[in-house]
Ligand binder design. Sequence first.
Ligand code: GLV
Ligand code: MN
Ligand code: MN
Length: 388
Amino acid sequence: MLEQLAHIGRDPKTGGYVRDAWSAADLELREWFAGEAGRRGLALREDPNGNLWAWWGTPSPERPGVVTGSHLDSVRQGGAYDGPLGVVSAFAALDLLRERGVTPAVPVGVACFSDEEGARFGVPCVGSRLLTGVLPPERALALTDDDGDTLADVLKRAGREPGGLGRDDGTLAAVGTFVELHVEQGRGLVGEGRPVGVAGAIWPHGRWRFDFHGRADHAGTTRLADRDDPMLPLARMVLAAREAAERRGVVATVGKVRVSPGNANAIPGEVAAWLDARGADEEAVRALVAELSEGAQVREESWTPVVTFDPALRDRIARAAGGDTPAPILPTGAGHDAGILAAAGVPSAMLFVRNPTGVSHSPGEHAERADCEAGVVALADVLEELCR
Ligand code: GLV
Ligand code: MN
Ligand code: MN
């Protein structure tokens, strides 16, 4: 299945993936998902927030299902595994359950959440945040992409009804338990010498937009003393972020900058930059952002508090996934739809598959085929345990 997806949204120059939400690549990936659901005789449904669900059995509030899956969108120039590994492993694990002759006592669902990465509109996990009501639909619809198109425009163009967005109790009530398999985005499992692990917690994390205003002018004729160059406060902020992150024991990244108008021979008039900050200690992350925000124009675009996955479910899954010795439990600095669902009170858990280099959000992201297969077996074991 990963091979079937390999060409979609791939930049031939870099080998990286660009799979923005609701782009042509995303629509093709959604079609693929529908095809895989159809081939297996699963009932396909797109909820009003654009999340896809493929059901084996019919869930109801009295008989909610065990759901597994992830997302198919990517960061820009991302890897092949972040998201898709969880979706293909979900279908493969379901196949394995059927091969084993398992008759689930509750429905089993495969989910694909919309716009997990937030590459296009800036806010991550848009599909699951809308579903659970933590992102108000008015705010989501007004988000804009780099072309100035709102999410509302983009949804209409994709033939979707923007008016349907928002908390969806009916869809949520069908999810009794959610298990997301994901490529590890670090080297914890390499250190453990194990192919599969289980998530313990997701660090609190957020994104902030900084706007710096200056005065556009000629790069050659404007004396240094006469300049108002917004690149200088940006440069100070980037260095201060690194210094504060080291001091406070967290991580901080400026990975996106917009310089206007963007002439090599002109002082820019405006600079926008996005800070991503995360860490095990929420107060330390907040303190870093407060420190950098002093005297700056800053807007919080997203914030996700710490998620501690339910310990009883986590340990049950670690036993089911681990064979003879329970799978190791690892924290992560990456955000996931499983975290959004967990925060909304849906019992949720995650499996991680070993990543030999730990590299992620980049074309270098990788998992060995044997480890992916171990992930599928572990996921099937977990689902079998949960749908008894
Ligand atoms: C999502 O992958 C994130 O952690 O940014
Ligand atoms: Mn990601
Ligand atoms: Mn992901």
